[in-house]
Write a protein that binds this ligand. Structure first.
Ligand SMILES: NC(=O)c1ccc[n+]([C@@H]2O[C@H](COP(=O)([O-])OP(=O)(O)OC[C@H]3O[C@@H](n4cnc5c(N)ncnc54)[C@H](OP(=O)(O)O)[C@@H]3O)[C@@H](O)[C@H]2O)c1
Length: 381
């Protein structure tokens, strides 16, 4: 296991952190079903015995069970061996008092008097505005003062300008961002990493394997990997890419079985800061291009087409459809599409006015592509 100093906090952190969102379950399938508790406890402890010293959980993981299981796993002396992170479920907060109540409930579930990192969970523009207005920053200050949390932090899911606003608004210790070799310009992205560097905010990365998608390369992607002189797995390349960046203290992987844990513990001996050679960078670039070739719609996500006057989330729909193609997951696309229907942002709202096409710098036939997306996703196709 490689370790690096966690910013200027005065301790070293393992480059691999244990993400407790995908613990082994009784059915072995849906991560929302019941956790296989004895197995999960053993798995988390095996990770710590193998050198992991950062454990990440959150209020909603596994329908609220993850914090309870992490609490169990960290008994018997394991708590003292790790830095523990959990997150305030901002969506459940209606008042300033709710913040104290939820934190107290979480500490009880985790069986600890304090957590090291406490994150405002999944901040985006609206949630950030709401949390600020409700006094979340004063709450973090007071929870540091009374010893229930050590390091106020946030996790982030929105566009870069929102990240900039949040990071410039408070003395954050850490930000948790989604980052992997395909998402370098998505959400906080590389720009966000540079800004965090300037602000002295350490980063923790979630979804370094894109939730597992980068671990299952298609034949054409595997061929790119096989052409590199060093024989490494798709998983190792994805971790090594994230690990190359010095601003990133640790990266979380939600390991769901013993084999994954064993493999990851072994390969994190080689995940080094600035550890990629020129040839390695060329491979990563080729992988990125390989995935891009699998994207049918040439949308760059510039959002010139937005806002659609009828509420269709054009770049969102195109991105999700492209992703389904990139990772051979078209069979699962209708489930994803349902989320757009639920939010009233799906293609059925399109009146074919064509304003989007006039604005598109790529001159995409947006209306035709929307119909293709609708056919792939909608129940009435
Ligand atoms: N704050 C937030 O808003 C937020 C959001 C998302 C995640 N998180 C945190 O970040 C953590 C990391 O995200 P993530 O779980 O999506 O990370 P990830 O590493 O991108 O994906 C984890 C998945 O990758 C696959 N995997 C891991 N190691 C593997 C290996 N050696 N070989 C093959 N497949 C492997 C497994 O998928 P299969 O089981 O399908 O094979 C595993 O469930 C989460 O667990 C959670 O703690 C936070």
């Amino acid at each position: 296991m490689q370790y690096v100093p966690f910013g200027s906090l005065g301790f070293d952190i393992s480059r691999l952190g244990f993400g407790c969102m995908r613990l082994p379950t009784v059915t072995g399938e849906d991560c929302k079903t019941s956790i296989d508790v004895p197995r999960a406890v053993k798995l988390i402890r095996a990770g710590i015995d193998g050198g992991i010293n950062y454990v990440d959980t959150a209020y909603p993981y596994h329908g609220g069970q993850s914090e309870l299981v992490v609490g169990e796993a960290l008994r018997d002396g394991y708590r003292e061996r790790v830095k523990l992170a959990t997150k305030l479920p901002c969506w459940a907060v209606k008042t300033r008092q709710d913040m104290d109540r939820l934190l107290d409930e979480q500490l009880k579930k985790l069986q600890v008097p304090y957590v090291d990192f406490y994150l405002l969970h999944a901040l985006g523009k609206d949630r950030w505005e709401k949390m600020k207005a409700l006094g979340a920053l004063e709450f973090l200050d007071s929870a540091v003062k009374d010893g229930r949390i050590k390091y106020p932090s946030f996790s982030f899911h929105d566009e870069y300008p929102v990240f900039e606003d949040i990071i410039n608004s408070y003395d954050w210790v850490m930000a948790q961002i989604q980052y992997n070799y395909l998402d370098i310009h998505h959400q906080a992205g590389m720009k966000g990493i540079e800004l965090a560097k300037k602000r002295g905010v350490s980063l923790v990365v979630m979804e370094p394997l894109r939730g597992g998608a980068l671990a299952k390369p298609s034949q054409d992607i595997q061929a790119i990997i096989d052409a590199h002189p060093e024989k490494r797995s798709a998983v190792e390349w994805a971790f090594r890419f994230v690990g190359d960046e010095p601003q990133i203290a640790t990266m979380l992987s939600g390991m769901s079985d013993e084999k994954q844990l064993e493999e990851n513990l072994e390969l994190f001996d080689r995940v080094k800061v600035k550890g990629l050679s020129e040839a390695d960078h060329a491979l990563i670039k080729a992988l990125r291009e390989g995935y891009q070739k699998r994207m049918p719609i040439g949308c760059t996500g510039c959002r010139y087409c937005m806002p659609c006057p009828h509420g269709v989330d054009i770049p969102g729909l195109f991105r999700s459809y492209n992703e389904a193609n990139m990772f051979d997951q078209l069979d699962r696309y209708p489930r994803r599409y349902e989320e757009y229907v639920r939010d009233g942002e799906d293609v059925s709202k399109c009146v074919k006015c064509g304003l989007c096409e006039k604005a598109c710098p790529q001159h995409l036939p947006i209306r035709d592509w929307l119909q293709t997306v609708h056919k792939a996703g909608a129940a009435d196709k």
